[in-house]
Ligand binder design. Structure first.
Ligand SMILES: [Zn+2]
Length: 283
């Protein structure tokens, strides 16, 4: 296995521009330096005041609570669809990270629903922790499957600890006087920056690259909607920006799970792995 992998990696290195291999560590270093220089980023005091306060089905802030259901459905869909295929050649390298991602989606549904029911900083820990773990899972998955490292569980565990530490840092600095969201925000940004670069550098399947770009697009819409929580609620009346954030983020996760399902689909008249020309062709 190692010789096949090293051949593939060598071939990819020869065929990809060299800067693609240097860009990820340089970008991470630049982001860390910029955040260090910028200084602590605190959560706005009004963070817990969401625009849509309506009770729905006996649940306070109902739309923001119920709209988490999608995360649980996507997480369960992924686990049911993919668990039996975890040893599939197109999935096994990244499976530990993807498993963390899928479990974190279910955790996000629970944690975010709990938080939005009665928003405060303690409950926000249980909202942010699974979101951070989902980011860690995606990073671990794509890192391992693009580099063929075969250390998926170690990568998922290490990044999971980093994710938990980023949320702990925010909460503990808050207790000490000035909360600092920088590590948590950095962790959320890393998949958006690193995954497309890793995929491109290591010539991931074009369909994988496209799916992840769609997911980034939906995640971007989620962030825009989050920033326009009150403005969107005042304009649309039926749905707030934060509820839309949940729905767009669910779509982003669904695209990734859908694409993983497509990867492990049995193809008529063919078999996995794909031939090298299919597997390594580039956009
Ligand atoms: Zn939320």
């Amino acid at each position: 296995m190692s010789s096949a992998n090293s051949f593939s990696d060598h071939k990819r290195r020869v065929m990809s521009p060299e800067w693609l291999f240097w860009a990820p560590p340089l970008l991470v270093a630049a982001m860390i330096a910029a955040l260090y220089v910028y200084g602590p980023i605190s959560q706005p005091l009004s963070y817990h005041d969401f625009a849509d306060q309506r009770m729905i089905g006996g649940v306070p802030h109902g739309a923001d609570v119920w709209s988490n259901l999608g995360f649980a459905l996507v997480g369960l869909w992924g686990l049911i669809r993919l668990f039996s295929q975890r040893h599939h050649p197109q999935l096994r390298q990244g499976w530990p990270g993807y498993a963390l991602f899928l479990l974190a989606l279910i955790g996000t549904a629970i944690g975010s629903a709990l938080y939005h029911w009665a928003p405060d900083n303690i409950r926000l820990i249980w909202d942010r922790l699974p979101i951070a773990l989902a980011c860690a899972g995606l990073l671990a998955a794509v890192r391992c499957e693009t580099l063929c490292s075969g250390e998926g569980w170690a990568a998922a565990a290490a990044l999971g600890i980093v994710a938990a530490a980023s949320v702990a840092w925010w909460y503990i600095t808050g207790v000490c006087g000035q909360d600092d969201l920088r590590p948590y925000l950095l962790l959320q940004c890393l998949p958006l920056v690193l995954i497309p670069l890793w995929q491109r550098a290591h010539r991931a399947l074009v369909a994988d690259q496209k799916a992840f770009l769609w997911a980034i697009g939906f995640y971007f819409l989620a962030k825009v909607a989050e920033l326009g929580d009150s403005m969107l609620f005042d304009s649309l009346h039926v749905v707030s920006g934060h509820t839309l954030k949940h729905l767009f983020a669910t779509l982003a996760a669904a695209v990734i799970v859908w694409r993983l399902g497509e990867r492990v689909k049995k193809r008529s008249g063919g078999s996995f792995p794909l031939n090298k020309e299919q597997a390594f062709r580039i956009i």
